[in-house]
Design a protein around this ligand. Sequence first.
Ligand SMILES: NC(=O)c1ccc[n+]([C@@H]2O[C@H](COP(=O)([O-])OP(=O)(O)OC[C@H]3O[C@@H](n4cnc5c(N)ncnc54)[C@H](OP(=O)(O)O)[C@@H]3O)[C@@H](O)[C@H]2O)c1
Length: 248
Amino acid sequence: MKQADMVAIVTGGSRGIGAAIARKLAREGAEVVIVYRNNQQQAEHVVADIIRQGGKAEAYAADVTQEQEVRQLLDEVAQRHGHIDILINNAGVFEGRPLGEVDADHIARVFDGNMGSMLLMTRHALPFFPARGGRIVNLSSNLIYSPRIGTAIYSASKAAVSVLTHAYALELGPRGITVNAVAPAMTETDMTAATPPARREAVANGTPLGRVARPEDIADVVAFLASDDARWITGRTLLTDGGLTAAL
Ligand SMILES: NC(=O)c1ccc[n+]([C@@H]2O[C@H](COP(=O)([O-])OP(=O)(O)OC[C@H]3O[C@@H](n4cnc5c(N)ncnc54)[C@H](OP(=O)(O)O)[C@@H]3O)[C@@H](O)[C@H]2O)c1
């Protein structure tokens, strides 16, 4: 029960990496608030699983790219729980396009979905962190170090997430809040379900550990950064890629 009495918000907790993070934090004793946009059924399934296993969880619908919805969500969570100790900015969107197909709508969707959402959540959650401090963990990507053709805008939006992570670690350190990011490589979720098998195989073969990541591989690292054990780590992006980059 490392996280007993802690209130943790996990955006994008209805599926994939976010669902694994929510389950892990709940197992560690946190009261978990899962934020989703569309998939109420999947969000409620994760909540029911957590409760069945003796944990505490609830689900909220909010589009975290919309400031008004973010404010309302955080006000409601703060009213219900009194404080927010852990914020996991996991919600994100992937859209690949070559340069010739990039337009303003694509840029706005990808930057709002990845950078804007973490910015709005962080900004509006801030008043509800208690005096003892807290933890913020953001989801970046290994592509910030080695973007692939067609991923430029997504990779840039995740690089922005990492830069903001480092900048806000400086700003929020005096309040006892650590801010870190994890940068996964390909992970088995809906986001990568359409990846061609040959590409998946190439990533698995290029990874010293011989496979692509499972959501739990990433969730365990996020939970570590959200724990008291990581109290002396802030302003870092932790590459969680099974050694893929080391092998390049
Ligand atoms: N999978 C990978 O290979 C990989 C690699 C590196 C980094 N990442 C990053 O890791 C994070 C999680 O990825 P994933 O693969 O688990 O994604 P996923 O399976 O596509 O799930 C995305 C989650 O984010 C939620 N979401 C998306 N936009 C939202 C919005 N505007 N407001 C509220 N919720 C929103 C979705 O809610 P609904 O269920 O309601 O749609 C869902 O819960 C993302 O930031 C992603 O960029 C993933």
